[in-house]
Structure formats: C-alpha cells, structure tokens
Design a protein around this ligand. Sequence first.
Ligand code: ADP
Ligand code: TYD
Length: 211
Amino acid sequence: MTEHARRGVFISFEGIDGSGKSTQARALAAALPAQLTREPGGSEGAEEIRRLLVEGAASRWSAETEILLFTAARRDHLEKTIAPALKAGSVIVSDRFADSTRVYQGAARAALRAKVDQLHEAMIGLEPDLTFVIDMDPEIALRRGLARDSGEDRFESLGLDFQHKLRAGFLALAQEYPDRVRVIDGSRAVDAVAADVQEQARRFLSGGSHV
Ligand code: ADP
Ligand code: TYD
C-alpha cells in the first residue's frame, strides 16, 4: 500500500498465547474508539482460513505451510478490512499481525525468518504504525490460555518451552523495531495494563511521541 493511500492509523497487539492481548486490544478499541479486528481472521475468507490453522493436531501443518496459510489469510484481511479502514482515515486495532508470523513461524516453530520476510514484502508490504507487545510470564499465560478451553488450542498444545521461545522472539522484535514496538508489562491487573496502553496510544496519536 502506498503511503499516500494511508490516512488512518494502524495499531497491532502481539504477545504469547494467553498474555492478555485480546483483552487489551478490545479495551483500547473501545476507549479510543477504533475499529477492532484480529488475525488470523478479520475478514470472511480469513476467518475460514483461521479454522484450518487453529484446530487439530499441532503437527497438522509444517511451518512452511503455516507461513503460506497465515499470509493468505493476512492478504484477504488487508484487502477487505485493513486497507479500506486506513483509506477512510480510521484508526484500526488488530489483535495480532505480521509480527506473529515473524516470531511463531520465523523464529520459534522454525528458523524461517528470511522466507517470512520475503513473502511479507511480496504480498503484504504494510507494517503497523504502532505495536504493543504484551509481555507475560509464559507459565501464567499458558494457564490462562488453557483455562479458556476454546477448542482453538492447536498452538497452545505446543507447551511451555515453546512459549518461552515465543516470549524471547517478541522481545527481540521490540529491539529490532524500537520506533514501532512498545513492550508492555502484562503481569499487572487488566485496568492498569489498559491505562498504560491507552496513555501511550493517545500520545502517539496526538503526535507527541514516536519513541
Ligand atoms: P490472549 O488474547 O493474549 O490469548 P486474552 O486477552 O484472551 O489473552 O486473556 C487470556 C485470559 O486471561 C482471559 O481469560 C482473560 O480474561 C484473562 N486476563 C487477561 N488479562 C489479564 C490480567 N491482566 N490479569 C488477569 N487475567 C487476565
Ligand atoms: P490467537 O487467536 O491470537 O490465539 P491466542 O488468543 O491464544 O493468542 O491466534 C491463534 C494462534 O495462531 C496463536 O497460537 C498464534 C498463532 N499464529 C501464528 O502462529 N502465526 C501468525 O501469523 C498468527 C497471526 C497467529
């Protein structure tokens, strides 16, 4: 998407499973207010692809196939939901985006970061303006996630070591993209985390801080 076509603001939330990022994405979208969306999903076609990805055994897809499926879902999400919102000048908040592919498929599940980046550049070519990584102790996050019993536990069933790798991956991304990514301490009460996120988002939107 060319810069001149982008009049809105794109904010993403990232983190390990059960870190509280969906709770926080919802809270920020309600507070601003902003349009709320999610990945995998966020458009009719991408929600169909989501079902293929989040249900079934952990070994159902190879990491390479996952990259293709997540990117296919993201392309549809971009075309149908994100790009129109940005073109209309809206603020749009997404629960996960391309950083999840960089960390899950590019670093934690396999070392395929170069392929993830190539496909991203060829097919997506858009980064959020601002990304919140909700940082959490994997043991607490995993317990929260499994307690939900949503039937969408294909990734959570990969276990605690995997969640530790993911956490390290998200923290590394924050170092790689210091202008875009903010690390938020997710171990606090929901309202305290939400107040922190909201303050940083409002400051960003008012142009007060890009650091
Ligand atoms: P994620 O989207 O990162 O998987 P959720 O927002 O769905 O995480 O939160 C996972 C579970 O933890 C939910 O049951 C949610 O109500 C709970 N939760 C979220 N944030 C907090 C928090 N700060 N403290 C305690 N529980 C939380
Ligand atoms: P999500 O619904 O956000 O799960 P949770 O609320 O448990 O964090 O995402 C479903 C799973 O898909 C989650 O385990 C992360 C994984 N995922 C990837 O592996 N790569 C991706 O590119 C995305 C967007 C998600």
